[in-house]
Write a protein that binds this ligand. Structure first.
Ligand SMILES: *Cc1c(COP(=O)(O)O)cnc(C)c1O
Length: 388
């Protein structure tokens, strides 16, 4: 298969980042065998196993749409894509055409669905990248149809229905006017229909209202061979996957994170977190009778300046409180509880040290972020270490 070259038994550093092209400092570190100051570890083996488990949990015949927008939620494309394929991805979903192009560098034999609205000027790129746009109106579909006619090509589209989120998509009350004529456009093939649930993790009542609105439209306009889908990670917990729904579309869950604060609902899947975020102590000093360690990751590395007094990091396997005074390059931790803490020691913001663990959801709560946000908020300056 393509890309077997990068599957190795060891840790190694993600050097490529062709799209960004600014990671050469990582090469400097590797060549000189210098320690990294701040890095994330992506456990690709766990990612593949999570994907496999989610796939195995789907009812017979239900397709698995893997959401890999935002660089696979910060988990590094293209390497992660191979693991999604190994784990059983049927379709990939991304936010925009740039991301579709990145998937197409590696994946040629799966549909790539673009979830967010496509700008008029971007439309021709759908042909270049064999991407499936999600269309929100008959007018938009007709414009794609005209382009496809000019190019002498057929284009797959999916119909996006707004069942109550209030953003893009055919507003559910306009379905009868907008949807039927889309099927008459000769150069298009309607390969699916979907809706997005705006608050599945916090408002099951509203979610079920969205589900029934979409179900009604799907029953009316769904056709043989079309993918009909609405399940995101949070909805997968309690919205049954039964007809007319024949695909699920999960993001967060694949990366081993439960969208619920009480961490309930997916125990039978046995998913494991994929991402860890680490740094090192760069100096140790004393102030006001406390032992304080500077850590080589600041807000330029994605550690937010606004964290609560509950915030902890792991040093020597012990939970240590984060202190104020975070700056661009460094943060501060009280290491009174770790008398032997010294310069160079590993500091874990997210992940494990021995038996102790800080989970991405705790880190998110302490830093006033939602888990989705924490995953994508670690910038390129932080090295990516991909683990097999
Ligand atoms: C991001 C996204 C998803 C995935 O959501 P998760 O909560 O991460 O599972 C599904 N559908 C659409 C339209 C999205 O934009």
């Amino acid at each position: 298969m393509m890309g077997a070259w990068f599957i190795r038994k060891f840790f190694y550093i993600f050097l490529a980042s062709r799209a960004i092209g600014s990671d050469s400092w990582e090469k400097v570190f590797q060549v000189n065998r210098l320690p990294l100051r701040a890095w994330i570890e992506v456990d690709l083996g766990r990612l593949e196993s999570n994907v496999r488990k989610i796939k195995a949990s789907l009812p017979e015949g239900v397709k698995y749409i893997c959401v890999v927008k935002a660089d696979a939620y910060g988990h590094s494309m293209p390497q992660s894509l191979v693991r999604f394929l190994n784990g059983g991805a049927d379709i990939f979903a991304v936010a925009n055409l740039y991301e579709a192009s990145r998937v197409r560098e590696v994946v040629s034999n799966r549909p790539v669905l673009v979830l967010s609205p496509i700008l008029k000027e971007e439309r021709p790129l759908c042909f270049d990248y064999d991407a499936t746009p999600a269309v929100s109106s008959y007018a938009e579909a007709a414009a794609f149809d005209a382009l496809a006619g000019e190019a002498g090509r057929k284009l797959n589209i999916q119909i996006k229905v707004d069942s109550g989120m209030g953003r893009s998509g055919v507003w559910f009350e306009r379905a009868d006017e907008e949807i039927p004529p889309m099927f008459d456009l000769k150069n298009l093939r309607v390969s699916g229909m979907f809706t997005h649930l705006s608050s599945a993790d916090i408002d099951p009542f509203y979610t079920m209202k969205q589900v029934s609105r979409f179900r009604e439209i799907a029953l009316k306009y769904g056709r043989e061979g079309m993918l009909i889908h609405l399940h995101n990670s949070a909805a997968y917990k309690y919205v049954k996957v039964d007809p007319p729904f024949n695909a699920v579309r999960t993001g967060l869950l694949q990366y081993g994170i439960n969208p619920y604060n009480d961490k309930s609902g997916y125990e039978n899947l046995g998913l494991l977190p994929v991402l860890s975020f680490k740094s090192r102590i760069t100096s140790v000093g004393r102030r006001n009778g406390r032992r304080l360690a500077s850590v080589g990751a600041g807000y330029a590395d994605g550690v937010p300046s606004g964290f609560t007094s509950d915030a902890r990091v792991l040093v020597g396997g012990i939970r240590c409180p984060m202190m104020g005074a975070i700056n661009l390059d460094e943060s501060l931790v009280c290491v009174d509880a770790v008398p032997n803490a010294k310069v160079g020691d590993e500091v874990t913001f997210i992940g494990r040290q021995g038996d102790a663990e800080i989970d991405l959801c705790d880190y998110s709560r302490w830093t006033s972020r939602i888990p989705w946000e924490s995953m994508v908020a670690i910038p390129r300056r932080v090295a990516r270490i991909l683990k097999d």
